[in-house]
Write a protein that binds this ligand. Structure first.
Ligand code: ADP
Ligand code: MG
Ligand code: ZN
Length: 612
């Protein structure tokens, strides 16, 4: 698996450039130029001059009265001719001495032996150096740091994020069957965009992988690319954040431009919540950059041709913090939940990762999976790795059951506070709670009331849930149905009370929902005997969640509260009666759920009927 992280752009290239230039200037000024000059004219004392004349090393002499100087050309110790100068002294003999030494009397001796060379050295060379340095720095800046806006240079030299072969396939992703199923349509689309285009179908442009950390979202995205064998452009939301102003937007633009050229392909934006957070409008421009990036992303998503075969996948573990604009149709309108694995899933994940290590033949993966309820795929992968490390520490070349058991404790204890690995007792309570809901629902309507019951903790923070689906679409709810629903909502807590004789906090959401429903029945649906068809509340803002306001007197408000309490109590009595009459089924089904962690509605009904 190639690592595609881009090299971090250096944040202060300009500062470095300035410092470098200053240092070079100083060096040139203080060392090189004086040396050059010195090489050209040497100052000597008058007596030294006379000595050189007598020695016969002086060739030419020129008097410069205005400057009070004698410049002369002489051969130095190394036999090279060079220019010397000395002061003028009143000296009667000098002329005779010079003539005797056969020195030529010159009009002037050029003080700089080669003006052209000096010019080159002092002017052209530094300019060349700076220009070259500038070019070099410019290229560096372009690649990483300052963007096109800052330097008004051409297109941002964004990295090509192609990773033609991610090397991952769906076989690498264990469990997560629902997510894989949803993604396999995308794979098919990428394989054969023409098939879809021909019929005029437009596949969702974007799919959002939503789930807790470590459940394999990144892995799934790579597997899609691997399955479809298309290029995979990936960028992480956090990479945008540390960029200079305007760079994030430019990068998004480039990314999509490249993707368009390489279509069919996958663009994967990991951790999209870092750029896709809700825009709050306020603030003092602190989030401008992020907002610009997000806007650019939205624009690009709207702009490109959905039939071309560019699929945008994104992953997040904080879906509720995303800007609603991102979730609009035509953008990330398909949401693929990637939940924590259930028992079967955990076992499968352990097996996938066990393939890469030498394992003893008699490993009981099921036992390990049982002990790790609530663990994510990443944690399970880590458990296998820790077990292998332990085996090495013990001087073995094969992983044994004990290694796995030991590493469960190491890894889970390490993660305990972060993720909800729930205890056996808690699991039991949750199982009874969920079966309580399902049983009350089933006994009231005698149809498969649930689609799926699970005690695998959900992204939402719920420890378990009972997924109910109404048959067909349902716009009207009769009074009986509403009341049954109320009873079903209270079923969870009631089962806990019946079996464990205590209440837990796990029912808070049920209580909230039940209260809201009961209240609406009294105040809006006219379903209470006491008030009948009098609207006591009006919905104010139907689009934004439907705030309602009371439209009645204080006394009525108080009696509404009484009515609501009475109604919920009545519903709970009904639930209690149903559950008491079916205690055997409650125990049996709860035990079964505890074992399997997830059961379908059909399984549930089948067991219920066997029971009867
Ligand atoms: P996420 O992006 O959801 O936080 P990753 O895809 O980065 O999680 O998963 C981290 C690692 O955990 C993966 O590289 C893989 O080794 C392991 N892993 C997670 N889920 C699974 C899975 N369903 N099957 C196999 N391995 C998994
Ligand atoms: Mg990830
Ligand atoms: Zn509940």
């Amino acid at each position: 698996m190639g690592n595609m992280k881009e090299k971090k752009p250096s944040k202060k290239p300009l500062v470095y450039y300035c410092i470098l230039v200053a240092v070079i200037m100083m060096l040139l000024n203080s060392l090189v130029f004086p040396m050059l000059m010195e090489a050209q004219i040497r100052e000597v004392g008058y007596n030294e001059f006379l000595k050189m004349v007598d020695e016969g090393s002086v060739k030419q002499v020129a008097r410069n009265e205005s400057e009070g100087l004698i410049t002369f050309l002489a051969v130095d110790e190394n036999g090279r001719e060079r220019v010397y100068k000395t002061g003028i002294w009143p000296d009667e003999d000098l002329r005779a001495r010079l003539e005797q030494a056969n020195v030529e009397f010159a009009a002037a001796i050029p003080t700089q032996s080669s003006p052209l060379l000096t010019f080159l050295l002092t002017w052209i060379l530094p300019i060349l150096i700076f220009a070259a340095l500038g070019q070099f720095m410019m290229r560096k800046l372009q690649n990483g740091g300052i963007g096109p806006n800052a330097m008004s240079f051409g297109k941002a030299n964004a990295k090509v994020y192609v990773e033609a072969q991610t090397g991952k396939t769906f076989a690498d992703v264990a469990g997560e069957d629902e997510a894989k199923e949803a993604l396999s349509e995308i794979v098919d689309f990428l394989h054969n965009p023409g098939k879809y285009a021909k019929i005029g179908a437009r596949l969702p442009k974007g799919a959002l992988l939503v789930g807790p950390p470590g459940t394999g979202k990144t892995l799934l995205a790579k597997a899609v690319a691997g399955e479809a064998q298309v290029p995979f452009f990936s960028i992480s939301g956090s990479e945008f954040v540390e960029m200079f102003v305007g760079m994030g937007a430019a990068k998004v633009r480039d990314l999509f431009q490249q993707a368009n050229e390489k279509a069919p392909c996958i663009v994967f934006i990991d951790e999209i919540d870092t750029i896709g957070k809700k825009r709050d409008g306020g603030g003092l421009g602190g989030n401008d950059e992020r907002e610009q990036t997000l806007n650019q992303l939205l624009t690009e998503m709207d702009g490109f041709d959905g039939k071309k075969g560019v699929v945008i996948l994104a992953a997040t573990n904080r879906p509720d913090s995303l800007d609603p604009a991102l979730l609009r149709p035509g953008r990330f309108d398909r949401r693929i939940p990637v939940e924590l694995p259930d028992l079967g899933g955990r076992e499968a994940i352990l097996r996938v990762h066990a393939k890469n290590v030498h394992m003893a033949n008699d490993i009981d993966f099921n036992a390990i999976a049982r002990a790790t309820s609530g663990a994510s795929g990443a944690e399970l992968a880590n458990i296998v790795n820790e077990a292998a490390l332990r085996a090495v520490r013990m001087g073995r070349d094969i992983v044994e059951q004990a290694d796995l058991e030991e590493s469960v404790e190491v890894v889970i204890a390490g993660y305990q506070r972060k993720s909800a690995v729930i205890s056996e007792r808690e699991k039991q309570i949750v199982a009874y709670h969920e079966i309580g809901h399902a049983l009350v629902a089933a006994k009231q309507s005698d149809s498969a009331p649930v689609h799926k019951i699970t005690i695998v903790p959900r992204t939402s923070g719920a420890l378990g849930y009972t997924m109910q689906v109404e048959e067909g679409e349902h716009f009207l709810m009769s009074r009986e149905e509403a009341f049954n629903k109320l009873a079903t909502l209270t079923g969870g807590r009631t089962a806990e009370e019946l079996v464990f004789h205590s209440a837990t906090t796990g029912a808070s959401n049920d209580i909230e929902q039940a209260t809201r429903l009961a209240r609406a029945m009294v105040t809006r649906y006219g379903m209470s005997d006491r008030f009948g068809m009098v609207a006591l509340e009006t919905v104010e803002n139907a689009y934004l969640g439907g705030d309602s306001s009371l439209a009645c007197s204080q006394e009525t408000a108080a009696s509404i509260d009484h009515e609501v309490v009475a109604m919920v109590k009545e519903a709970q009595d009904k639930a209690r009666k149903i559950l008491s009459e079916n205690m055997d089924a409650l125990h049996k089904l709860s035990k079964y759920l505890l074992e399997k962690e997830t059961i379908t509605g059909e399984e549930f009904m089948q067991m219920l009927h066997e029971q009867a």
